[in-house]
Design a protein around this ligand. Structure first.
Ligand SMILES: [Cu+2]
Length: 525
């Protein structure tokens, strides 16, 4: 039985309150306020070579140490370095390959989050990369320009592998994004911002909490691109921030206290037009691209305000009362001009468009504490079978007063309605992950183009990684019309990974105790 298989949502909240120091709303979780004294590290653009028409990247998962906090060496994992990984970048229409080498002592995997690609290339639990092994997925980029990302997705270990530092961005470009009036100089006015929270103990080690608290580990140290207290120099009138919530459990509400910002893209690409917002809520796995304007010589801070988590039972225990600065922006005395954000229609826009009238299938997904439609993930069971080319509506409902974040592999979907109402602007663009407010129904429109496999599934799951690891995941086959593949046990899959119910999470040497005792910068103040 998994660690909290039998706990009810309410019991988990009560346990957390009992473990916390005084059940005063606002004090159950807290975030440290660092000095913003180190320059934001920009993940390098990954080198690649084009061989026989295939743009080939190389990533090596490895151990290292990182000063997440200044002067404190923390054992971490990264790709091609000690923490996070380089930014991969490719153009629509290009064929790409990534040689993924695992120099760790544990089996991992690399999933291309948000990417439309064959199931065998997806990098989920059915594509483990053993220690010392190299895995080489290849596919053709065939979707709009977007800020995607990559991260491990090994069976039952995703939370820990991502938390240790394995993640990176995968940027896609197309004709519309190249021609757009948007800041586009990577690392200068087009800045990746990976936001994560950590618990770091007195010995500088990362701690994954195991105190029964929902929705997982909420850390008191917030890092951007791997350091706490970062600032970015701004040399242009506008700067584009590509925001990724790379946390395992925390939902942020990102914006600026002293100005609005233009939301220009969501998970899967550009909106129809910019939308002026004060803040954007990002659950684990979600991305947003925003453009913010600055005056010469001024300083401002990207801030996470109290996140509206919807009707969760105890928002103060879920990070919903936490407010803190994330990243400082320092404008130079002279700023180069930036255009007003605008862009045209992409060449492929018509073929990419989703039409509700084309939907021929409606599926219903009820998310409970750790189950989807009453089931936990079983790597040997197929839950859903879709026909290639079909347009579907997925009606997804979070049935309990706890946060969940729903992610579907292979597709970008459109949020048709939230409880029957039109979605807010931050949910109106292409999405692959969506925060589920409790007891609301999200109708998602998607189409399964191009790729079929009668044996290997895509995954759909909660992107709160503790929930995912504890089985909040299902398996979807996309098949040719007339295939005899059906939901149910699959002999083809039975050898892939262990059943979640029996799989605990390995804690590696030097990783630190999974206990809240003796924490510095702990979420529990
Ligand atoms: Cu969840």
């Amino acid at each position: 039985m998994s660690r909290r298989a039998t706990a009810t949502a309410l019991a988990a909240v009560v346990a957390l309150l009992a473990a916390g120091c005084g059940a005063i709303p606002g004090s159950v979780t807290s975030v440290d306020e660092p000095e913003f004294a180190r320059e934001l590290p920009i993940p390098p653009l990954a080198e690649s070579e084009v061989v026989d028409g295939v743009r080939t990247f190389h990533l090596t998962a490895q151990e290292g140490t990182t000063e997440l906090l200044p002067g404190v060496e923390t054992p971490t994992w990264g790709f091609d370095g000690p923490y996070l990984g380089p930014t991969l970048r490719a153009e629509r229409g290009e064929q790409v390959a990534v040689e993924v080498t695992n120099d760790l002592d544990e089996t991992t995997s690399v999933h291309w989050h948000g990417m439309h690609l064959p199931a065998a290339m997806d990098g989920g639990p059915h594509q483990p990369v053993e220690p010392g092994a190299t895995w080489r997925p290849t596919w053709t980029i065939d979707q709009p320009a977007a800020t995607l990302w990559y991260h491990p997705h090994p069976h039952g270990e995703t939370e820990e592998h991502v938390y240790r530092g394995l993640a990176g961005l995968f940027l896609l470009d197309d004709d519309a994004s190249r021609a757009a009036d948007l800041p586009q100089e990577y690392g200068v006015d087009d800045v990746p911002v990976v936001v994560q929270d950590k618990v770091i103990d007195d010995d500088g080690r990362l701690v994954l909490k195991d105190d029964g608290g929902e929705p997982g580990t909420l850390g008191g140290t917030v890092v951007t691109n791997g350091i706490a207290g970062a600032y970015q120099r701004v040399t242009t009138e506008r700067v584009r921030l590509r925001l990724l919530n790379g946390s395992t459990a925390r939902t942020y509400s990102l914006g600026f206290a002293d100005r609005g910002m233009d939301l220009v893209a969501t998970d899967g690409g550009l909106l129809d037009a910019p939308v002026r917002l004060d803040h954007v809520r990002l659950a684990p796995g979600e991305r947003a691209e925003v453009v913010v304007a600055m005056e010469p010589g001024e300083t401002t801070r990207l801030h996470s305000s109290e996140a509206d988590l919807g009707g969760v039972a105890a928002p103060f225990a879920m990070g919903g009362n936490d407010a803190f600065d994330v990243l400082e922006l320092r404008a130079a005395e002279r700023l180069a001009p930036s255009p007003e954000p605008s862009w045209g229609r992409a060449e492929h826009a018509a073929e990419d468009a989703l039409h509700e009238g084309d939907a021929t299938v409606t599926r219903t997904f009820d998310l409970d504490e750790r189950t989807i439609n009453g089931e936990r993930m079983d790597a040997g069971r197929i839950d859903e079978v879709a026909t290639v080319g079909s347009t579907e509506v997925w009606e997804v409902r979070n049935t309990i007063p706890m946060p969940h974040s729903f992610h579907v592999h292979d597709v970008q979907f459109r949020v048709l309605t939230v409880d029957g109402q039109a979605p807010p602007p931050e949910l109106a663009g292409p999405k692959d992950t969506v925060y589920l407010e409790p007891r609301r129904t999200y109708r998602l429109l998607m189409r399964f183009d191009d790729y079929t496999d009668d044996e290997l599934p895509y995954m759909y799951h909660c992107h709160m990684l503790l929930h995912e690891d504890e089985g909040m995941m299902g398996q979807l086959l996309v098949v040719e019309p007339g295939s005899d593949a059906r939901p149910g046990p699959s002999e083809h899959l039975s050898g892939h990974g262990a059943h979640t119910e029996s799989g605990g999470r390995v804690v590696g040497d030097g990783y630190g105790p999974r206990t809240p005792a003796g924490q510095r910068h702990a979420g529990h103040g």
